[in-house]
Design a protein around this ligand. Structure first.
Ligand SMILES: Cc1cc2nc3c(=O)[nH]c(=O)nc-3n(C[C@H](O)[C@H](O)[C@H](O)COP(=O)(O)OP(=O)(O)OC[C@H]3O[C@@H](n4cnc5c(N)ncnc54)[C@H](O)[C@@H]3O)c2cc1C
Ligand code: SF4
Ligand code: SF4
Ligand code: SF4
Length: 400
């Protein structure tokens, strides 16, 4: 009865065990850090199916497929704007899905993140953009299985461990399923996120009513600009307290960071998408380009077939897998583990509010009202100067 994976570094919360249990006696319950773990009730009949589908117990097998990598950006400005990087996710769906395709990805539910399913390309906007908070899989694996068995197509998009969880749950390969994984820094704690919102609200003088990661604004070419809305105003904030903690790795799930099993070029998805790092070094003629690009890596023939169609709606350039690894090393190598994770959560569990205040820089000093700035019609050369100054100010935290 789910006695395996006792150590928390051995559970990614992928929910494959929860989804497979024939008598539905497993619940996904949050621990004191806010991450979900499976707990079985006394009704367990000891069939061991949960153990059989666990990706940690049954790791990925190597494949011999020769991967290819691309830098890509959507031609359609609206698609690019609503995406974290170049809009690869949306464009992949546009070319793979029909009206009856079930597309499953991470969406907001208030300030919680969970996986949901929508039908067809027209309905995918809630799934777009990164939400750097751990997402609950809920019953989406079961929904995908039903959909595939009825002969219709499905797409699943998420962190590599979630994609691997789905593959293990499904047991066999389905020609009508497309899977998309990410180059993954890790899942942030949902509880820390909620506490940070309270602190941000206090610092702005009003309760936060909505939050969006990776907003795109001309004024700062900042990768991690969040749009935070209170009752009376919207603020564009570079590296607010939550992002400071997320990027420092202190608030990741124990199975993430240095313990992650998916920092490996052998990927669980048909396609891997990510931020295209090192773009203008790899392609110097793109210097001055106003849009950020996605990286797309094809891991299977099925993935390659989709990418072959993307040329119609994306600007695409092939580049080497070596450069993907060089400029975005999380694709294939480990990073240093967080040194402060344990002490952070020891303090956070006892004094959540004070710990956030203690461990993060004050927001008020970093507040920028973009709307007002844009309204002043700053000329381009001045914009570039301000841009450089702001980037210098915030360069103390980078995603490694
Ligand atoms: C937790 C997390 C960590 C990441 N770490 C890195 C990194 O270290 N380096 C890097 O290059 N890229 C990282 N990415 C990927 C990057 O942020 C973009 O998602 C990627 O560049 C694709 O952007 P896009 O423009 O193609 O599409 P978008 O429309 O931005 O892509 C959205 C996709 O991301 C998925 N997604 C969003 N939030 C979550 C979530 N909480 N859990 C699971 N899936 C989610 C959605 O299901 C959707 O499919 C990370 C993404 C997430 C979610
Ligand atoms: S052993 Fe079987 S019944 Fe028990 S929790 Fe696992 S899947 Fe469910
Ligand atoms: S199947 Fe996933 S959620 Fe279940 S124990 Fe294994 S890693 Fe954890
Ligand atoms: S870092 Fe690894 S374990 Fe953590 S969410 Fe990403 S793929 Fe899963």
């Amino acid at each position: 009865m789910l006695k395996f994976n006792i150590d928390k570094t051995d559970c990614m919360g992928c929910a494959a065990c929860y989804s497979v249990c024939p008598i539905h006696c497993i619940s996904m319950i949050p621990d004191e850090e806010g991450f979900l773990y499976p707990i079985a009730s006394d009704a367990c009949i000891n069939c061991k199916l949960c153990e059989k589908v666990c990706p940690i117990k049954n790791p990925i097998k190597e494949t011999s497929y020769i991967q290819t990598a691309y830098a890509a950006v959507a031609k359609d400005y609206t698609i690019w704007k609503r995406s974290a990087s170049g809009g690869a996710f949306s464009e992949i769906i546009r070319h793979w899905a029909d009206e009856e395709t079930l597309i499953v990805g991470a969406a907001w539910d208030g300030f919680r993140v969970h996986h949901i399913g929508v039908l067809g390309f027209e309905n995918i906007s809630p799934l777009c953009k990164s939400k750097y908070v751990s997402s609950a899989i809920e019953d989406t694996f079961i929904d995908i299985q039903k959909h595939l068995c009825s002969g219709k197509k499905a797409v699943f998009s998420g962190c590599p461990c979630q994609v691997d969880g789905l593959r293990h749950f499904l047991v066999k390969d389905y020609e009508n399923l497309l899977t998309i994984d990410l180059i993954c820094h890790g899942q942030g704690s949902p509880l820390v996120f909620l506490e940070c919102l309270k602190v941000i609200g206090e610092q702005l003088g009003e309760e936060v009513i909505s939050y969006e990661f990776r907003t795109k604004r001309k004024i700062i070419e900042e990768d991690y600009l969040s749009k935070i809305t209170t009752k009376s105003k919207s603020y564009y904030i570079a590296k607010d307290p939550y992002l400071q903690l997320f990027l420092s790795q202190d608030i990741l799930r124990p199975a993430c960071g240095d313990n992650c099993r998916y920092r490996d070029a052998c990927r669980p998805g048909d396609l891997t998408i990510a931020d295209c790092r090192g773009l203008t070094t790899i392609f110097p003629d793109l210097r001055g380009c106003k849009r950020n690009y996605s990286t797309i890596v094809c891991n299977t023939e099925k993935g390659k077939t989709v990418v072959d169609n993307l040329y119609k709606t994306m600007i695409i350039r092939k580049y080497s897998l070596e450069d993907v690894i060089k400029y975005n090393p999380l694709f294939a190598t480990q990073t240093l583990a967080s040194k402060d994770r344990e002490s952070f959560f020891n303090d956070f569990i006892n004094k959540p509010h004070d710990t956030i205040l203690e461990k993060t820089k004050l927001l008020v000093e970093r507040r920028i009202n973009i709307k007002t700035l844009i309204k002043t019609y700053i000329p381009d050369f001045l914009l570039r100067f301000i841009n450089r100054m702001i980037r210098r100010e915030y360069s103390n935290i980078v995603l490694k």
